[in-house]
Write a protein that binds this ligand. Sequence first.
Ligand code: F6P
Length: 374
Amino acid sequence: MTSKIKRVGVLTGGGDAPGLNPAIKGFVYRGSELGLSVIGLFDGWRGLLDPLADFMPLDRDAVSRWDRDGGTNLGSSRTNPFKVPAGTKSVDRSDDVIKNIARLNLDAVVVCGGEDTLGVAARLGERGVRVVGIPKTIDKDLAGTDYTLGFDTALRNVTEVIERSRTPAGSHRWVQVIEVMGRHAGHLAFWSGVAGQAHLILIPEHPFRYQKVFELLRDRLGEPELARDRFHRSRYSVIVVSEGAYSEDGETVTIDDRHDAFGHARLGGIGEVLAKKIMDETPYEARAVALGHPQRGGAPSPVDRIMGLLFGARAADAVASGDFGKMVSARGIAPACTLSLVDLSLVQGKLNALDVERYYDTTRYQVKDLGMNL
Ligand code: F6P
């Protein structure tokens, strides 16, 4: 072990995700075996802007039950220290972060986050801060790793809703549109659509055509008179649409014009737009639901617990052996996974999108190669 590394801060940034608390537990448990003392920093990078920032010593007792907790017990923010709002402008306060890391006597910081939070870690790393990253995002859009904490739990949550949406849709013979998070990557929408056997899946990686959606609905639902045939079992349809999906002649739908400190718009609304078009341009009734933040909610799934514990323990090893400027990365998913470290610079500016060529049937808006029609 690199003897000078003794006191390590840990923070969680960006959207919360189930798996973060297990990762912190894994880090503290393994870290304590390696002689590290761990300090929990609150509210992501925002906490480190404040010279009077509170913190929480984390030992085995403090975190012993954290593996069961969803969200993040340290709190989170989307603060970008390089662009902190100040009146009508924004200012670079990264120096304050570096000063506060020193003030807290931290020898290193473990940063759990997605592209934005880890991007800040990478930039601070270039300025001499000793950082190690742990990948998390329900979007699974991070480069350099097969797994990001939170994805599996979100997949479970969305699949359950798809399942539950079938009874009202079936009873009323609706087209039920379900809008799923994921930003500009379709992993969550696509795989929940496959798991929940949605009839159509629309993803950001392949712009869809409204006329094609209507045709596919007609193929499935037939003429509306027949739709009144109460003995026909398939007179409803479920469409999963990713919040970042858009039509060939349209653009991504956003909630408003605002952008966060990393330049992201809040996506949302494509589900309502699609349901309205279906009502206006086909004979079918449609309803839309946007699943929103509960997708990220609840206790972590077994995969997120295991991956969190493994990621946390691996990060402690990285700190102890002085492997800074790196992110823990997984090849495969628990239990059959191999962990390694990749350079933090790898994760910046690269979207890990769904492999359309491999998985997506662009003529049926469906998964390829399952060898069956849903
Ligand atoms: O990145 C995770 C995520 O849940 C995205 O899927 C979604 O677009 C975004 O966060 C929502 O942002 P916020 O949590 O700030 O509302």
